[in-house]
Design a protein around this ligand. Structure first.
Ligand SMILES: Nc1nc2c(c(=O)[nH]1)N[C@H]1C(S)=C(S)[C@@H](COP(=O)(O)O)O[C@H]1N2
Ligand SMILES: [Mo]
Length: 410
């Protein structure tokens, strides 16, 4: 249902009438509805349109929506199954015809602005499959709980993005030799609706910005990027916390220092330089914290679903994906006996650098009863996932403990 507000921000009479028809009754205190407020029943149904109904809604202002792992079974994540992480509100005006991207900052020779049509015409197009994983994916595993969304393990996707290389744009603009960082700016709205505040504005060191796979993209899985995921333009940087992949992209600043936008401060997307005790307070300074860069090695089982009932003694196919930030995955192993013995899995090469890799194997559950399947990936440098929850940190980032599913043979 399309609901509209009058100029003062109150629901129009026609919208109230349409809601009453849909509900089969009037909203009793309709005259008391706050400004810009959409009654719950209408907000949810309308707003998550196009998404799989089994996604887990953590919150709707802003939208934080997680994917159950069995829904991540596709080789390329379809849009309807992609998790959503918004820090603010989706922009209200997104016109593909008037949208522009400005490149500015201390370290550009001159500020330059491109229309979407310019970008498409001037630069070569590239398509890559890229893993975007929220830095806080797995946060709910940490004890004590930290602030931030209590994600399970489903704040990750690997979709196919099409656009132009950021390095081609920066080359066209001309950057100075003192450039060390880039920072993005998007057109989303701060939760306070204060136009002077940004919901998030993060970035990466210039070397990561200039990699081949760093895209300024307008397509996701072969179609326009949907509104939730950054329509009409997005910075896409695989292998690093997904918070560096700026949605609703309107400006990129080339900086002569580490970018200092929203969510670059405090302990946001940072971890302590040395281990801290769970729950310990750490001064939020550069001396104690480092910015998260490449994400750690990780894997998941996407088939079967945890809780499935399987015939004993019968061969069962297991499959899933594995990824390791900037690195590739060297091996994936599974265990059905709580980690006593491990079985090596078939592992495919990635479609391109920074894409996840698919693995599969066959197991047999010998007799009736309860089992767990554990999966563990090892990256090209020989670093494996920890069996237990890794180092606690105040932001609850980087939980890459082995994934486990429960199975019953019956
Ligand atoms: N402009 C803008 N870009 C953003 C965000 C945001 O709130 N605003 N959220 C970031 C975070 S924290 C994550 S994890 C990813 C989520 O991408 P997705 O919603 O497409 O899955 O987008 C990143 N880019
Ligand atoms: Mo995130």
């Amino acid at each position: 249902m399309k609901l509209s507000f009058d100029r003062r921000g109150f629901l129009k009479k026609t919208s109230l009438a349409a809601m009453a028809t849909a509900l089969g009754s009037e909203i009793v205190f309709a005259d008391k509805l706050p400004k810009n407020y959409i009654p719950l029943l209408f907000e949810e149904k309308d707003a998550l349109k196009g998404k799989n109904p089994d996604l887990i809604v953590q919150g709707d202002r802003p939208w934080n929506v997680e994917t159950p792992l069995n829904l991540l079974d596709d080789r390329i994540t379809p849009v309807d199954k992609m998790f959503i992480r918004n820090n603010g509100l989706i922009p209200e005006k997104m016109d593909i015809k008037t949208w522009t991207l400005t490149i500015d900052g201390e370290s550009v020779k001159t500020t330059k602005t491109y229309s979407l049509a310019d970008l498409k015409k001037r630069f070569k197009h590239y398509t890559y499959q890229l893993v975007l994983e929220c830095g806080g994916n797995g946060r709910s595993g940490f004890q004590p709980q930290t602030s931030g969304n209590a994600w399970g393990q489903g704040a990750v996707h690997c979709a196919e993005w099409t656009g132009v290389r950021l390095k081609d744009i920066l080359n066209d603009v001309g950057i100075k030799s003192d450039a060390v960082y880039i920072g993005y700016h998007g057109n989303d709205i701060h939760l306070s609706r204060d136009p002077k505040k940004e919901a998030i504005s993060r970035g990466v060191p210039i070397a990561k910005a200039l990699e081949d796979e760093t895209l300024v993209a307008w397509q996701l899985n072969g179609a326009d990027i949907p509104e939730f995921h950054g329509y009409p333009l997005r910075l896409v940087i695989g292998g690093w916390p997904a918070s560096v992949s700026g949605k609703w992209l309107s400006r990129i600043s080339v900086r002569n220092k580490i970018h200092d936008g929203a969510k670059m401060e405090g302990h946001s997307y940072k971890i302590p330089k040395s281990p801290v005790a769970p729950g310990q307070e750490v001064p939020q300074t550069e001396e104690y914290f480092r910015i998260i860069e490449s994400m750690p090695v990780k894997s998941m089982i996407t088939y079967p679903k945890s809780g499935a009932i399987i015939a004993p003694g019968k061969e069962l196919e297991l499959r899933g994906h594995a990824w390791a930030g900037d690195l590739s995955v060297k091996s994936v192993d599974v265990s059905i006996d709580f980690g006593s013995t491990w079985q090596n899995c078939k592992l495919e090469a990635p479609a391109n650098r920074l894409a996840w890799q698919h693995w599969n194997t066959k197991i047999k559950l010998p007799v009736k009863g309860y089992y767990e399947v554990w999966v563990r990936a090892t990256d090209e440098k020989g670093v494996a996932q920890p069996m237990v929850i890794p180092a606690w940190n105040p932001g609850g980032y980087l939980n890459n403990a082995c994934e486990r599913i429960a199975l019953k043979a019956e």
